[in-house]
Design a binder for this molecule. Structure first.
Ligand SMILES: [Zn+2]
Length: 377
């Protein structure tokens, strides 16, 4: 049996659930048929005509990129504009395209963790956690089925608290029910008298992206025809996913020396920044790609510097104090440059999990934005 597009997507989804993506995002299969066999995959940050040509040259029939092809609905599929023309070329060439975007941004060891690692940071943690991502699932189980239902929902992804898995709580009590006509009860009989059963109230936290899978597993494992359960919103933050990362340099250094570290590590010869060149930095926040929304979070976390991209002019004033000095340095290190290692992250993971297919990381620079460093010095 060969490997299909859906085999690869299923594996990627269990590593980086698409439900972890931001609501405005458009992750997942952009073009292609899930059942199609895959012989080789090309990984790139962006989809461009040159990347499609590269895939064709290598015989790759699946392209996985970080940035999705589609953000706006198309009215036609023609060669008139870049997005629809690329979609048409993919379809004509029999190449599927899948995007794994803000879900890989939000995961532990995702884009920002990789950036932190590349800048030499240690003790790396999420800069922000995911709000509104946790529910409490309470299910009432006859005592003899408790172990089975608990083990099943935990295996399906319930019960994750921070870096601890298999977290659950059970206590016993009495449940009652009266089977109606046309029922097939586990205990008692249709249209029978009210039953009284020793049940367990089993409770777990579930992330919203694991919830559909957990509910499916729960109803399959539970012996009752009609499972009694509650999904309760809670205000807890999901702490094992988030955006941005924060960590520390092995030793403190002058901001200008750190700018050299960033420039070298990210192969970006020119950085824009705000901050005091003579300041000393050690605690560093990062966010691959457009991370201006987390400038406040980085300052609140006590970062000495925040490395991100797409910082617009007025956002630099966010790090300026009333006396004109700076709360922290804000470093604009390039969108492509802060995210390009996603190609390694994805490519290495795919090579490890699918050794029978060829996995190529693009040899091209897919991002169109470049930096000109004057030759006049
Ligand atoms: Zn990006």
């Amino acid at each position: 049996m060969g490997i299909s597009v859906s085999d690869i997507l299923g594996a990627l989804e269990s590593w980086m659930p698409s439900g972890m993506a931001q609501s405005w995002d458009n992750v997942g299969l952009q073009v292609g048929r899930p059942e199609k066999q895959v012989t080789s995959v090309l990984v790139a940050l962006d989809l461009t005509p040159a990347i499609i040509d590269e895939a064709r040259g290598k015989g790759a029939n699946l392209i996985i990129t970080h940035h999705p092809l589609f953000f706006k609905p198309l009215k036609k599929l023609s060669s008139d504009d870049l997005v629809s023309s690329m979609a048409l070329t993919l379809a004509e060439s029999g190449i599927a395209h899948y995007a794994i975007h803000t879900n890989i941004d939000a995961a532990r060891n995702g884009v920002s963790f990789r950036l932190a690692h590349d800048l030499g940071l240690s003790d790396v943690e999420f800069l922000t956690s995911m709000e509104g991502s946790v529910v409490k699932l309470v299910v009432f189980v006859p005592i003899e089925a408790n172990d089975l239902v608990r083990d099943t929902i935990l295996a399906a992804g319930a019960g994750q608290i921070g870096r601890y898995s298999d977290c659950s709580f059970s206590n016993g009590g009495t449940g009652t029910f009266k089977p109606g006509d046309d029922t097939d009860p586990f205990i008692g009989q249709a249209a029978g008298p009210r039953e009284s059963v020793n049940e367990v109230r089993l409770e777990v936290h579930v992330s919203r992206w694991a919830l559909p899978r957990v509910l499916r597993a729960m109803t399959e494992a539970h012996p009752y025809e009609e499972v009694a359960y509650d999904i309760i919103p809670v205000e807890n933050e999901y702490t094992d996913a988030g955006l941005g990362a924060i960590g520390t340099l092995a030793s403190s250094m002058k901001l200008t020396d750190f700018l050299d570290v960033v420039s070298t590590a990210l192969e970006n010869p020119a950085l824009r920044f705000a901050g005091d060149e003579n300041a000393t930095v050690q605690k560093i926040a990062v966010c691959g790609g457009s991370g201006s929304d987390f400038i406040g979070a980085a300052m609140k976390a006590g970062a000495d510097a925040f490395v991100t991209a797409d910082v617009t002019y007025h956002r630099y004033f966010d790090v300026m104090k009333p006396d004109g000095t700076f709360s922290m340095a804000l470093i604009n290190a390039g969108h492509y440059e802060t995210e390009r290692r996603t190609e390694d992250l994805l490519g290495d993971w795919l090579s490890e999990h699918f050794p029978d297919i060829a996995v190529y990381k693009t040899a091209l620079r897919s991002g169109p934005e470049k930096t000109w460093v004057s030759r006049r010095g």
